[in-house]
Write a protein that binds this ligand. Sequence first.
Ligand code: HEC
Ligand code: HEC
Ligand code: HEC
Ligand code: HEC
Length: 454
Amino acid sequence: MNMGAGSVRKAAIALLCLLLGLAGAALAQAPKGNGARYEGVASCAGSTCHGRIEGDGKVVRQDELAHWQDASSQTGAHSRAFAVLGSTRGQQIARTLGLGDARSAKDCLGCHATPAGPRGDRFQISDGVNCEACHGPASGWIASHAAVGATHAGNVAAGMTALDRPQARATLCLDCHFGSDRPGQFVTHRMMAAGHPRVNFELDLFSSLQQHWDEDADYATRKGRADGMKFWAVGQAEAVKRMADLFAQPALARDGAFPQFYFFDCQSCHRPIYDKSERTLTFETNAARPIPFGMPPFNDENFIMLSAAAKIAAPGLAARFDADSRAFHAALGNDMDAAMTAARKLGGSARALSDAFAGTNFGGDMAFQAVAAIAGDAISSRLTDYEGSIQSVMAVDTLLNALVKQGRITVGAAAGIRGSINRAYAAVKDANAYRPADFRAALRQAAGAIGSLR
Ligand code: HEC
Ligand code: HEC
Ligand code: HEC
Ligand code: HEC
C-alpha cells in the first residue's frame, strides 16, 4: 500500500489521539462535503488539543474549551444554549406553545443545539452550540487540521468553515442570531409572546463577547488582520439581506392572517394608550419610513446602520440602497405582494453592499467618519425607535474598538471616554422607558468624545 505524506500524518495523529483516549472511531473514514459528520465537543477537548488549562499553545491558545464553557460570562453562552431550554423560562415558552419539553422540540433545537446532520459516537446534543456548530462538522478535517504543514486554506477545502471571512461569519451567526429558513432556525412572534427574549446582534461586538482566540501576529500571518469595521459593515449588510430574503418568503412573512410580527418594531405595537381628548403621541414620526400613520414599521435597525456605512465605504451604492429601503417601507403600506417584491429588491442592494465591503480596505479615517455619520443629523434623525438605537450604540462601541485595534486611539484614551458610551447604553437599557431625544443626546455625546480623539 502506498501511503502519501498526508495519510501518514493522519495516521500519526490518529494514533496519538487514541493513546490519549480520544476518539479513534471519529477519525475513521471521514465523509466529505455534505455528508460531513459532527464529532462532538469530546473530540476537540483533549488536554493536548483544545482542552488545556493555560492558553499557551504554539499556534492557537488551546484553552478554547475553557472559554466556551466559561460559566461566569457571555463567552460561555453557547455551552449553555441547550441547558437554558430546560430552565423555567425555556420550559414556560415551550409549554405555552404546546411544544412539550423544549429540549426535544425541533422548533428550538435548530438554534439551541448543533444543527441537524450526521453525528459521530461522541456527539451529545446537551453540548448545546458546540465547536462544530460554528467551525463546521469536523469529520473531514479533525485528523489533519493540526498536523505539521496544515494550512487554513487546506482546512477550509476539507470542510472547515472560513470564519475569518466576514461574509461567512455573518451568514453563520445570523442563522441563529436572526433566523434562517432551515428547520428549527426561526424565532416567531408567538415565541416572543410566550416569553422568548428579543434577539439583538452586531457581528463585531458579539464576536468579541465570545472571543476564545488571539488575534496576534501569528493569526495575522495565517489569516490576515481582522478588521473590526469591516466585520461591522459586512454584518449590517448581511443582516439586511437576511431580513429581506426571509421576508420575501410567503411561509415566513405571514403568520395566519397576519404578517409575521417578528419582523416589525416591537415597541410600535407594545405601547401604552392615553385616552384623552387631546392625543398624547407616544412615538416620533420618521421621515425615512413613508408608511401610513397607525401602521407598525418594519424593524429597520440594520437599514439605518447600513445606510451610514454605505455613505462612507460605498458611496456609489448608497443612494440606491436608501431608495430601495424607502420603497420597501412604502410598499408595506400597500399590500403584501408588493412588500415581498420590494424586499427582494432591497435584498439585492444589501448583497451588492456586502460584496463591496468585503473587498474594501477600511483604513484611514473611515471609522471616525462612520461614528460622526451615525450621530450626524441625516442618520440620527432616523433613531426614533428602541431597536435602531441599540444598534447605533453597539456600532459606536464597536467602531471605537476598531480604532483602538488600528492604533488610531490608545487603550487609555478609549478607557477615558468609556463613561460616555456607557451613558448611551444606559439610555437604551429599558425598552419601556426609552426616550428618543434623550437617547440621541447621549449618543451625540459619545460620538463627540470619540471625534475629539481624531
Ligand atoms: C433563530 C434561533 C432561535 C430559535 C429558533 C430559538 N431561540 Fe432561544 N435564543 C436564541 C438566541 C440568539 C438567544 C439569546 C438572545 C440574546 O440574549 O441575545 C436565545 C435565548 C433564549 C432563552 C434565554 C436564555 C437565557 O440565557 O436566559 C431561552 C429560555 C430560550 N432562548 C428558549 C428557546 C425556546 C424554548 C425555543 C423554542 C420554542 C427557542 N429558544 C428558539 C435563538 C433562538
Ligand atoms: C459561536 C461560534 C463558535 C463556537 C461555538 C466556537 N468557535 Fe472557535 N472561533 C469562532 C470564531 C468566529 C473564531 C475567529 C475566526 C477564525 O479565525 O476562525 C474562532 C476561532 C477559534 C480558534 C482560533 C483559530 C486561529 O486560527 O487562531 C480556535 C482554535 C477555535 N476557535 C476552537 C474552538 C473550539 C475548540 C471550540 C469548542 C470548544 C470553539 N472554537 C467554539 C467561532 C466559534
Ligand atoms: C447554532 C446557533 C448559533 C450560532 C451559529 C451562533 N450562536 Fe451565538 N448564541 C446562540 C444561542 C442559542 C445563544 C443564547 C444562549 C444562552 O443564553 O445561553 C447565543 C448567545 C450568544 C452570545 C451571548 C449573548 C448574550 O446576550 O448573552 C454571544 C456573544 C454570541 N452568541 C455570539 C455569536 C457569534 C459571534 C456567532 C457567530 C460567530 C454566533 N453567536 C453563532 C446560538 C448560536
Ligand atoms: C404588529 C403588532 C405587534 C408587533 C410588531 C409585535 N407585537 Fe408582540 N404582541 C402583539 C399582540 C397583538 C399580542 C397579543 C396581545 C394580547 O393577547 O393581548 C402580542 C403579545 C406579545 C407578548 C405577550 C404580552 C403579554 O402580555 O403576555 C410579548 C412578550 C410580545 N408580544 C413581544 C413582542 C416582541 C419582542 C416584539 C418584537 C420582536 C413584538 N412583540 C412585536 C402585537 C405585536
